[in-house]
Ligand binder design. Sequence first.
Ligand SMILES: [Mg+2]
Length: 108
Amino acid sequence: MSIDELQKIVDDWIKKYGVRYFDVKTNMIVLTEEIGEMARVIARQFGEQSKKEDETLSLSEEIADVLWVLTCIANQTGINLTDAIQKNIEKKTNRDNKRHIQNKKLNL
Ligand SMILES: [Mg+2]
């Protein structure tokens, strides 16, 4: 699935099942919740916290939740994610094309 297709699938789903998008501020709060759920999985799975007995952890599910809400926010604010990501990669490449290679902390 391309990023364009993702945006279309999310938009179609919202129109069919979601009635309408939550307003942007609500979706920002939902995004924060979902990032918190992702952080909880990482803390348990890769960090030093232990899993609770009845807890099921799925990093892929939580990342997909984050991506879903991000896509909702992009859709409702008129952002084409493909264009935004391409521009962002260009920015990072122009800005950081030597920075990490020259970072001695990364080349131990
Ligand atoms: Mg979640």
